[in-house]
Write a protein that binds this ligand. Structure first.
Ligand code: PEP
Ligand code: MN
Length: 262
């Protein structure tokens, strides 16, 4: 169960890294895998920044069916290559249980996107695996609904779930999503699961990513997942919110410093 076992917060292994108490994990990478050159270049920048894991979508849940949908299986092969080249563990989103066989050899942690947080058939299937799952809060999901979604995975016997606050839909239109920073301590009170924050999708713009990332570190999150790109203007997806890779080392140093002080 996800409910708090008093005094026993759990941690989740991600390759050589651990997400949970006593550390602060930075998962960074492009929104989508776009090409070999793009991914390998970002992956090296991510490793050199001191971040702990590489993110990158091969299957993209786009609002428009006509928008770039990701490279699919070719993207998975590139993620596996980036992992070999850098030693970084890889996090990537699963959209469809039919892709799992292809994903498992290439990916160290399966991301469930906000749009799939209540896809209970998918959650049940992930509960049968012994692979860590990054469960993103739904666009309009309450804390309770998020915890119950985690329960679907845990109930199947997979204990390795990390919750992710990524911003919710509110009346506010001044930015992309409302980062519900208060949800972080509430998730921590109500469950033993590690909690990370995605500052990128809430920010919607690069300039807001660092302050939201620092807020996550200050309020007790166990890490962040952040979008970065060597050439944000040329990104095929979410370029407006991508942190240029040359700014990643400062972000990593900043969040680690705040997390240590918090
Ligand atoms: C993503 O991580 O690129 C993504 C699509 O996130 P979310 O599901 O939170 O929108
Ligand atoms: Mn994205």
């Amino acid at each position: 169960s996800a409910q708090s076992r008093l005094g026993l917060p759990s941690s989740v292994r991600l390759g050589g890294a651990t997400i949970g108490p006593g550390g602060f994990s930075v998962i960074a990478g492009p929104c989508s895998v776009e090409s070999r050159d793009q991914l390998i270049e970002v992956a090296h920048a991510v490793r050199d920044s001191g971040a702990h894991a590489l993110r990158g979508g091969a299957f993209k849940p786009r609002s428009s069916p006509y928008a770039f949908q990701g490279l699919g299986r070719r993207g998975l092969a590139l993620l596996a290559e980036a992992r070999r080249a850098t030693g970084l563990p890889v996090v990537s989103e699963v959209l469809d249980v039919r892709d799992l066989d292809a994903m498992l050899p290439a990916v160290d942690m399966l991301q469930v996107g906000a749009r799939n947080m209540q896809n209970y058939a998918l959650l049940r299937e992930l509960g049968r695996l012994r692979v860590p799952v990054l469960l993103k809060r739904g666009l309009a999901a309450t804390v309770d609904e998020t915890l119950m979604a985690a329960e679907y995975i845990l109930d199947g016997g997979n204990p390795d779930v990390v919750l992710c606050e990524r911003g919710i839909r509110t009346f506010e239109t001044g930015y992309r999503f409302t980062l519900d920073i208060a949800a972080v301590p509430v998730f921590k009170e109500r469950s033993h699961l590690p909690v990370i924050v995605d500052p990128s999708h809430a920010a919607g713009e690069t300039s807001r990513v660092l302050p939201l990332a620092l807020a996550a570190a200050a309020c007790g999150a166990d890490g962040i997942i952040v979008e970065t790109h060597c050439d944000p203007a040329a990104a095929l997806c979410d370029g407006k919110q991508a942190l240029p890779t040359h700014r990643l080392p400062d972000l990593v140093e900043g969040v680690l410093g705040v997390a240590r002080a918090a």
